[in-house]
Design a protein. Structure first.
Length: 306
């Protein structure tokens, strides 16, 4: 293992995803050839993106609808196969895994939480949460014990025998999170998990995720449209536009120094709040956000992120 793979749990290098009818045979770094692909109806959803995430870090990807966030996060466990680029996880090359290795990778290394919870409607909460373990061949007693533990972690103890239709949206997403937690993966990939929830419940779920993170120290990639969610949850974040990262940094850096007009549009409300708080001599969230060097260990003591 080299020193990089000890520091970074996930490394994405020069990732491209082009949706096109035909096999892509051109050089993706030839702008004219990519232009031709696009003119012929191809969509460059992810364009030469590289980033690294440290163990225990929450990395947020933010951007407008269609900017490529879902494509990018789905490329990590190869739910979508990238057109080009390399994905390294804990020193293993995900890009080169065969189907069997990939299935194992998704079950044991990288769990995903989706916006639309995707629960099995005719299975109880307990069965939904333990289902992944069943697929892994874990014995019933063991999988139920682990599922019960995950259900308790997300605050749903007592609801094990209920069916998804008997739960509110927030509760269903708690099941979605428990289903990911029970896999005990280092990496959690969350694609707009709270976007379907109303604002109060959404806030509650964000706090719940922070509470869980203080206990579990997962590494997370979290996709959102919402800057306040990114600020609350992210150690670092990237702003995505037309398949590219236009800016990457801590939430504080991005809010205080937006790289261009697109980022400025996202952050202007947060900046106004920061200025108003300053004029009132109140400490604002933005100013007091700690500049992080990585990891999540100071989240508990900063007290400024919620
Ligand atoms: N299977 C597909 N075939 C063709 N084009 C696709 C496919 N999936 C996504 N795209 C296109 O790729 C681009 C990025 O889509 P993606 O879903 O990744 O965006 P997003 O940032 O997640 O958007 P949203 O915020 O609405 O979820 C869009 O132009 C979309 O139309
Ligand atoms: Mg999406």
């Amino acid at each position: 293992m080299d020193s990089n793979s000890e520091t970074y749990i996930l490394e994405v290098e020069n990732l491209w995803k082009v949706f096109a009818k035909d096999k892509i045979e051109c050089n993706l770094y030839d702008a004219a050839a990519v232009g031709k692909l696009e003119a012929a109806g191809g969509v460059v959803a992810v364009r030469d993106i590289s980033f690294k995430i440290k163990r225990g870090e929450v990395f947020v990807i933010m951007g407008l609808s269609g900017s490529g966030k879902s494509t990018l996060i789905r490329c990590i466990p190869r739910l979508i196969d990238p057109s080009s680029g390399r994905i390294m996880m804990n020193g293993d090359n995900v890009s080169e895994m065969d189907q069997e290795q990939l299935t194992e990778f998704r079950r044991t290394k990288a769990a995903m939480v989706f916006q639309h919870y995707g629960l099995l409607p005719h299975r109880t909460v307990l069965e939904n949460v333990s289902f992944g373990l069943k697929l892994r061949g874990v014995e019933q007693k063991d999988r139920e014990m682990k599922a019960e533990q995950a259900i308790e972690q997300v605050g749903l103890k007592g609801w094990e025998a209920h069916y998804p239709s008997q739960l509110s949206g927030g509760m269903q997403q708690r099941v979605g999170i428990a289903r990911a937690l029970v896999q005990e993966t280092d990496l959690l990939l969350l694609d707009e998990p709270f976007s379907g929830l109303d604002p109060l419940i959404r806030r509650e779920m964000q706090e719940e995720l922070l509470r869980l993170q203080e206990q579990l120290h997962k590494t997370m990639v979290f996709v959102t449209h919402d800057l306040s969610e990114a600020v609350r949850l992210g150690d670092r974040m990237a702003v995505m536009k037309s398949g590219e990262f236009v800016q990457e940094g801590t939430p504080q850096e991005i809010i205080m120094h937006p790289a261009d007009e697109y980022v400025q549009r996202f952050v202007q409300d947060e900046q106004k709040i920061a200025l108003m708080m300053e004029q009132d001599n109140k400490p604002s969230n933005v100013r007091t956000l700690p500049v992080r060097s990585g990891g999540c260990s100071d989240k508990a003591v900063s007290g400024t992120r919620r």
